[in-house]
Design a protein around this ligand. Sequence first.
Ligand code: ASP
Length: 433
Amino acid sequence: MSAPRQGKKKLPATYILLGLLIGAVAGVAANRWLGASHAGLKNFVDSVAQPVGQIFLRLLFMVVVPLVFSSLVLGVAGLGNLGSLGRIGFKTLSYFVITTAIAAAVGITLINTVHPGRFLSREKAEAIRQESSGEATAKIEQGKGGTGFGAQTFVNIVPKNPIDSAAKGDMLALIFFALMVGIAATTIPKDKATPFLGFLEGLNAICGTLIEYAMKLAPLGVAALIFSVTARFGTEILQALSAYVLVVLFGLAFHQFIVLGLAVRWLVGMNPIRFFARCRGLMATAFGTSSSSATLPTTIKTAVTEFGVPPKIAGFVLPLGATLNMNGTALFEGCAVLFLAEVAGVDLSLGMQLLVIGLAVLTSVGAAGVPGGSLPLLALVLERVGVPPEMLAVILGVDRVIDMARTVPNVTGDLTAALFVARSEGEWKPDEG
Ligand code: ASP
């Protein structure tokens, strides 16, 4: 049975899209007429556009920890027993892994077909690399500061102190804790569980209202964020890397509209065009914020109010998806590793390329859903397949644009997963053909 749509209030999708458009056009115009290094423009970006954008992002981030915790505990408790939790968990994770692997394969196939590395001379690449080398070193160090891919990765999923993990934004540990609390809540006597779950329902509803407040700022927030990116963009570097950028953007669009479109058609049973029309506000928010985590509140709201997914399924699948399921990131990683290998003159065998797919899937699971969250892990992948991780510097200058674009399939993939799981559980039906 399809859950009734809660409230008819729609997300201000049109205003958000308008904000994106105005911000982008104004930023490009300012960049062209004044130049990226114009003092007044720099000042405006630093003291107006950036702060406005950051306040909007923080208003969303502020809600993420209580929202993830309350949604997951309520989701798990709502599923009722370990049997259905295991079944739904298995379906969800399988969907995540399969679509993410397809995305990485799409990325690798595209680079192998177009070879954008041919369009960038060694000298030019070296000049770009030197310019961003400081930033790249910071990312590489950040990647090394993590735990790599060893047994410790799994140990770290179990938090020593869940409050500490939440405070540090360690989402995997927070998810683990919330899942355990949810499971435990289903096994204790009802009179003990009910008040606790009632409290979480209140917290969850409050999070929803806080998000509504924040989203009122969304058109302005995304305009400010995209203005900051476009106004300061070095058009020269964009030109030098245009082949790479175009290939990645094409791949992301292909995955978003063709691969996910087919998933919507076959697995969700909806007309893809109507599906994408109904989640345009969600896509614009993902693009504008460049962050799956900041978009999570909107993803949950879209799933529940726009598509009518039961909250227990949305509350279970979507917080997991925001952290674990990043189709766009895996596609980007596949492209970036192969492109940088080409530029560095490293020949990757078929076996190595398959390893890249595996690592892209793994690291997209571990990447934080924040702007540039995957870059430290990308450095690790480069190192692992024998490409100097310093090569990361070559693509850093254009990554902000690609980051915005890859966050869209990241988030749309989560929504399709929730619809697929809800439908396959007989908990939801598409309301059109
Ligand atoms: N910005 C991406 C996200 O939040 C993560 C990344 O690929 O850097 O989904």
